[in-house]
Every structure is written in structure tokens, then in C-alpha cells.
Ligand binder design. Sequence first.
Ligand code: 5AD
Ligand code: SF4
Length: 454
Amino acid sequence: MEKNFDIEKLERYIIDNSLTYYIETYGCQMNAHDSEKISGILSSLGYSRAQDKDKADLVLFNTCCVRENAENKIYGNVGKMKQYKKHNEDMIVGVCGCMMQQKGVADDLFRMFPFVELAFGTTNMQDLPEMLYHIIFDKERIKLIEDDKIAEENVPMKRTPPPLSTVNIMQGCNNFCTYCIVPYVRGREHSRRIGDIITEVESLMKDGYREVMLLGQNVNSYGSEFDRVTFPMLLEEVAKTGIDRIRFMTSHPKDATLELFETMARHDNICNQLHLPVQAGSSRVLKAMNRRYTREDYLSLIKTLRSIIPDVVLSSDIMIGFPGETDDEFEETVSLMEEVRYDSAFTFVYSPRKGTPAAEMPDQIPEEIKQKRIMKIVALQNRITYESNLKDVGRSDRVLVEGKSSRDEGFIAGKTDGGKMVNLRGDISLVGQIIPVRIAEAKKTTLVGEIEGR
Ligand code: 5AD
Ligand code: SF4
């Protein structure tokens, strides 16, 4: 892309033709956050958001490659764009995100789908205007994927409206869990400066946001490239901005410290919620996963956490079917879940990812066994989640109202301090307020509340 690039010409073209965009996002909150950045860049160029994919002038797929089933779905959905392209020749179809960072995948995609004209990596979104210029005016197909590039500050963002927002505090991961593709597609860890993060939080507060979720693949190793900077120090600074609620994810258990728990306990505006993925209950499996803690380390960490924050709402990621996982080792995951009693958990079937060490390990687990195991832990977690919700009935809590309830007419929904979703009868004008609520009923995964003092 060394040829001339005239941004004003591009903006004029976009505005004169009232061009619209549509982004389809897959995967984690980091991807959702990246899509907000892409939306921000596109709206600053003059694009407006399209309601429907088939009517948009630019359709982008922001992809995930953590598990195989996500990838298959994406290939299917990109393929379907061919028919829309037939009706609208000028439509640009692009693919970005984690899948593009895997070696050869963008080339394969260009070969499989000749109508795809744009592919870019997770740190190339700021080059989007230039890429679009060459596609539109020079009729080029553009592929731009750089490894280990540091994301720029001050990229415009088009965020979801208040009261909640996400703030990225770092990119990449250095952990190399043996099943995981993330370190290969998101590169090495790089932390943003505390000052830049605080400025972002303060500007969100000015815009009416009341809750931030600090995002990183392993937030507990935040600051490791700076001198004497730790994640609890950052949390402390964010807490001092006075924003009403702070959450963060994801925490790797090997780096979760007493200092972290004490910082959480010290500040009312740091929510009593922790996502602390265990992955497996067997120390042998954990070692093969390169998680760098044992079952005993993990259980003792939970004990410490609960001694400091007794009412912490705890969640986890749990994976079954890692290569070589025996029946007994699987049962250790079951017994750990029974012992810890997570309030909620994401459960996953291990999916071999090309280029990761685990994909080459012997004793891959047959599909039928994986299915049996996942069904057992899903049922177990459903029961424990429901029991945890039942224990909340009768309690008072404070709910930050996020919007209309997706379930019932006349109901609004929001989260408790611990992050549980509550539906309650109330008016939409309460969105953005933190209101006292009494929990009246437990559902399988959510709660039903009543506004207190009414
Ligand atoms: N197969 C299944 N689940 C995976 N995860 C990461 N890699 C894989 C894989 N190859 C899960 C882990 C992680 C969550 C985000 O996704 O549990 O914590
Ligand atoms: Fe993947 Fe492990 Fe890094 Fe999480 S900590 S992103 S599971 S390598």
C-alpha cells in the first residue's frame, strides 16, 4: 500500500454515496471491543451503520479461532455472502480478527472466496481507511496482517451506549497454555500505560458510563514490562477515579495474589466478582496444559479469596477432553466443581488447534467420551448455578439497570454487584441508575427482583 492515498477523496465518496457498514463479531469481549474500534474508524470516515447485512456496502467478519466450531461457522457465513454480492456488485466483503493471524488462513480464504476483497489482522484496524481507498479506487484486493504490532492509542471508538463499557488494558498473552491459540494470534503481552487507561475511564465517566470492564487475556500480569507496576496498582488508580463499578477479566490463577484480593476488598466500587478459570481439576492435566498451578494451589487460592471477600461471586472456564484425560482425571474436575461451587462457569470441549503443542499430543479423546463428559459437567454446573441463585432469594442488592429485559414486557434488567443478571418490573427511565433491589425469585441462570422501598 505504498501508492497515494487521499483520505478526503475517500470521505467524499463515502458521504456522497451514503455508504453503510455491518460488522459480525465472533468470540470474546476483546473482539467485541475491537469491533467498537472498527465502528469508530468507519463512522469517522462517514459510514453509517446498516441494520441488515444484505443491504450494507461494507460487511466485515471479526473472527475467532479459539475453537474449531467457531471457525467452521465463520467459513459458512462468509461463503453465504456470495449471493448478496450478486445483487450488489459494489459491496465490499472483508474478514479480520484472530483467524486472520493464523499462518496461511487469509491466503486460503482469498482462494476459496474470490469475492472477499479485504483481510486484515488484529492490530491493523487503523490502516482500514487506506485499505478501503485502494479497494474502492484502485480495484485492489488487500491483505494486511502484521505480527506483534502494538495497537495505537487514540483510535476513535463507537461504543455501545452507557451505562457499561469495556476498557482494554493490555494485548496479547505470554502464557502458552498448550491447548490455546491466543498467544500465536494475539502476540506477546503489551500493557497500556496507566495514565492512558485512567484518561479513558475518566472520559467514559464524563460521557455517562457508570461501569467499566477492564480487559486483558491475563490481567494479573498487567504491567510486567514496566518497573514496579502491578495489576492491583492499576485497579487502585481506577477505583480512585470514583467510577461506580469496576470489573475485570480474565485472571490467571497463577498470578492472582493476596494483594489483588485485598485491593478488591478495600474499594466498594471494585465489584465482588472474580472470573478465575481453573480449566481442569487434575494436577497432572494442569501440568500438561502448562497452567503452572496444581489442584491444591488453586483450592488454597479460593480459600484465601473467600476469607477476604466472603460473598465473592466466582466463575470459571472448564475444559474437558484434553489429550490423555482419563476417567479418573475427569472425575477430579467434577469433584473440584463440587468443592468450589462456582456461581457460574463456561464449559468447553477441548478442540485441537493447529500449531499448538496439545494438538500433537498422543491419546486424543474420542468424540463420544467428550460428549458424555461435557453433558455431565453442564448438568452439574446448571444445578450448582441454580442452587447459588436460590441462596440469593430474600437478599438485598444494588442493581445497575442496563436496559429492557429480553424476557418479559414491562421488565428491565441489570446486574448485581457480583455480576448476576436480575430481571425486575420497572420503567425504562431507570436505565443507567443503580437501584436497591430485593431478590424475589431464582431462575436457572438469572434472578427476579423487586425494587425496594416501593
Ligand atoms: N479447546 C477448547 N477450549 C479452549 N479454550 C481455549 N482454547 C481452547 C481449545 N483449544 C477455552 C479455555 C479458555 C476459554 C476462553 O476458551 O477454557 O479459558
Ligand atoms: Fe490462552 Fe492460557 Fe493465554 Fe488464557 S492464559 S489466553 S488460555 S494461553
